[in-house]
Design a protein around this ligand. Sequence first.
Ligand SMILES: [Zn+2]
Length: 86
Amino acid sequence: MRTSVTTLPAWVRDSLRCPACREPLSDAREGDHLEALTCTAAACGLRYPVQGGIPVLLVSDASPTATPNAPAAPATPGPPDAPAAR
Ligand SMILES: [Zn+2]
């Protein structure tokens, strides 16, 4: 008897919507393992993690998937310390 949840009940899955834009979510699977739910809206494209079979539909925990021009984190060394202007 397996306890790991890899699929959500249909009624649960059907009621899930992106909290940011209310569009349906698509499954992001790693093999049989449901890893995340991805918003189907191209303009939104948030990816919600699934932790222990429980989708975490929090915008604050979501990560964007639509990154058309994602900068590759250029190494821009900022000033080590701001000038002590007081
Ligand atoms: Zn969305």
